[in-house]
Design a protein around this ligand. Structure first.
Ligand SMILES: *Cc1c(COP(=O)(O)O)cnc(C)c1O
Length: 392
């Protein structure tokens, strides 16, 4: 055996996305102790930077030392006690995981399903809240990575809040790629991941809790059923203005990476980042449509950072993905759940959302599809892409 030397790939799937070189450099710096005063200073900066990208003043804003799924689990395990009623608005795979969290915690699940590939319908939430006035929590995924769909978080949070409910919002794929406005929405528990539009290495979950949610957690009747994710304990380590107590060893170098990722995002500016994601999406869309490929999601509900493209009739989608990886070192994603075999998921997330990646993806896909005799229009995608960039 020898050192592992990965082949450099271009990551245009549903995550991880290409990690920014500045972040890789940051992660290679010497490890310091997790209670070192210099490291505590870094932790405070990370909290402030996270507040900026989440657009929140929540004091309880920090990265959990585990991937996005831990942010989901932390939200539910802290806010849901046995018997609590939770409405889960589901329009894809990740909403299904939310429902599973509620059931495992002994909560009373009200599952409200929207079709895969469509945004959550606020009218369905309205009806569910009317039918279940005793609901404690409403949970949904802002950017459903399994379907490439964005839901209207602002409207959904406002409806839940008007009914006196707490909200849990999954922003794993949306954060920094499109608008996330925690305080503007009035959302209570919001989590993300580092490996999507933050373009950081996988393994951390940015997390924020409203003062209202923190109060609910502090006044629970039963202890939080997870020791590791119990926010009452985590705050002993991450809390401001108190002596830091050992809870677990922070992933020091991973946090160097997150700090750098957040600096990059804040330096670019949030609205500049959303606009960049939108422009590259428009250019990719123009090229794919010129080739004759179709998008799976209605235009107004699409995520610019994750494009679901219908696999043409007679094409084996897995063969195409394997070929893209083997010939062009390009990774795109497969369909998940009921969409397996039917769609590709092309990510333009964070650092990967760049014109050169759009160009690579369009030309590589055209080359592979042409070689497999797929019914596409050749030689027009790059012009269409160029026209879209010129128009922007
Ligand atoms: C990726 C993702 C997750 C899970 O994040 P991990 O880092 O893989 O644990 C959760 N929700 C959504 C919407 C995601 O896209």
């Amino acid at each position: 055996m020898q050192s592992f030397i990965p082949i450099p790939r271009t990551l245009m799937g549903p995550g991880p996305s290409d990690v920014h070189p500045r972040i890789l450099t940051a992660m290679a710096k010497p490890t310091v102790g997790h209670l070192d005063p210099e490291f505590i200073r870094l932790m405070d900066e990370i909290k402030r930077l996270l507040q900026t990208v989440f657009q929140t003043d929540n004091a309880l804003t920090l990265p959990l030392s585990a991937p996005g799924s831990a942010g989901m689990e932390a939200s539910f395990v802290n806010l849901v006690e046995p018997g609590d009623k939770v409405i889960v608005l589901q329009n894809g795979v990740f909403g299904g995981r939310m429902a599973e969290n509620v059931e495992r915690l002994g909560g009373t699940l009200v599952r409200v399903e929207s079709p895969w590939g469509r945004a959550i319908d606020p009218a369905q939430l309205e009806a569910a809240l009317k039918a279940h006035p005793d609901t404690k929590v409403v949970a949904f995924v802002h950017a459903e990575t399994s379907t490439g769909v964005k839901s209207d978080a602002k409207t959904l949070c406002a409806m839940a809040q008007a009914a006196g409910c707490l909200t849990i919002v999954d922003c794993v794929t949306s954060l920094v790629g499109c608008e996330v406005d925690v305080d503007g929405w009035g959302a209570d528990a919001v989590y993300s991941g580092t490996q999507k539009c933050l373009s950081c290495a996988p393994g951390l979950s940015p997390f924020t809790l409203s003062p209202r949610a923190a109060e609910v957690i502090q006044s629970r009747g039963t202890p939080v059923k997870s020791w590791f994710l119990d926010m009452n304990l985590i705050m002993g380590y991450w809390g401001e203005g108190q002596t830091r107590a050992y809870h677990h060893t922070a992933p020091v170098n991973a946090l160097y990476g997150l700090h750098e990722a957040l600096l990059i995002a804040v330096d670019e500016g949030l609205s500049a980042s959303w606009l960049r994601h939108q422009r590259n999406h428009e250019a990719l869309k123009a090229g794919l449509e010129a080739m004759g490929l179709a998008f799976f999601v209605p235009e107004s509900e699409r995520l610019p950072q994750l494009n679901l493209v219908t696999v043409p009739e007679g094409v084996d989608e897995a063969v195409v993905r394997r070929q893209l990886l083997a010939d062009f070192n390009l990774e795109i994603g497969a369909g998940l759940g009921v969409l397996a075999g039917k769609v590709w998921r092309i990510g333009l997330m964070g650092y990967a959302s760049r014109p050169e990646n759009v160009l690579l993806c369009l030309s590589a896909l055209e080359s592979v599809l042409s070689a497999s005799q797929a019914p596409i229009h050749r030689g027009v995608a790059i012009d269409a892409m160029q026209a879209a960039y010129s128009a922007a």
